[in-house]
Design a protein around this ligand. Sequence first.
Ligand SMILES: Cc1cc2nc3c(=O)[nH]c(=O)nc-3n(C[C@H](O)[C@H](O)[C@H](O)COP(=O)(O)OP(=O)(O)OC[C@H]3O[C@@H](n4cnc5c(N)ncnc54)[C@H](O)[C@@H]3O)c2cc1C
Length: 234
Amino acid sequence: MKFFIVHAHPEPQSFNSALTNHAKQSLETAGHEVQISDLYAMQFNPVSDRSNFTSQKDPTYFKQQVEEMHATEVDGFSADIKAEMDKLEWCDVLIFQFPLWWFGLPGILKGWVDKVFASGKIYGGGKWYDNGVFAGRKAMLSLTTGGPITMYSEIGINGDIHSILYPINHGILRFVGFNVLPPFIVWSATRINDERRKSYLAEYAERLLTVKETPAIAYPSLKDFNENFQLKDS
Ligand SMILES: Cc1cc2nc3c(=O)[nH]c(=O)nc-3n(C[C@H](O)[C@H](O)[C@H](O)COP(=O)(O)OP(=O)(O)OC[C@H]3O[C@@H](n4cnc5c(N)ncnc54)[C@H](O)[C@@H]3O)c2cc1C
């Protein structure tokens, strides 16, 4: 299978980097192909503006989605965005590797999504959820936290981790059609000992090598909603 890892950590010696390096090694040893976008190493510019485009639909008023639809028609995305779109098109499995920052994605990765998941090319015109561009492919979050698992339970002080990740899992990945696998989470990455971190690396490799058999998170399907996009019979 073809794995595309979008890696968002500024430190090459971090545990996030260890996870990505271990993923690449384990997957390639098992005969899979891996591409990595190491966003900090690439100095990926997360700021969305006219530099996203080589084309221009309306020079008087910048509206990103209008420019994205135009760029889709005229092949007008900047080279850095096109390169990421090509990797997305190539992959069977998309992985986001990141430390949880303020209950969400680090800005550089959010900016990557803002720029690369472009209207026209990646979503829009009926291409969403089950009918999304990436229907049939898989995506998975791999993240580390500062806080322990107990903080992120339903009764924990930070709230349920699955609710925290819902905007990413559902609002981004499922929205564009991916079957979203349960996240791989390293809890309290900085507080645990080396031995536990090493066992996490082994568990992560196991998760990656079994993505084919891992059931996706069960979200309602488009046909479960009425014309007002509300669940039928509710
Ligand atoms: C802006 C910001 C916002 C944050 N918001 C949140 C939040 O909302 N919720 C939350 O819970 N936390 C939050 N944090 C904390 C953050 O999530 C954690 O610090 C992060 O997840 C830890 O992962 P890391 O890769 O950076 O760890 P690192 O500190 O890089 O690594 C941890 C340890 O692993 C060691 N290590 C590296 N490679 C290996 C290896 N191969 N084997 C064994 N050990 C190894 C490192 O040497 C280090 O000692 C935030 C942090 C920041 C900076």
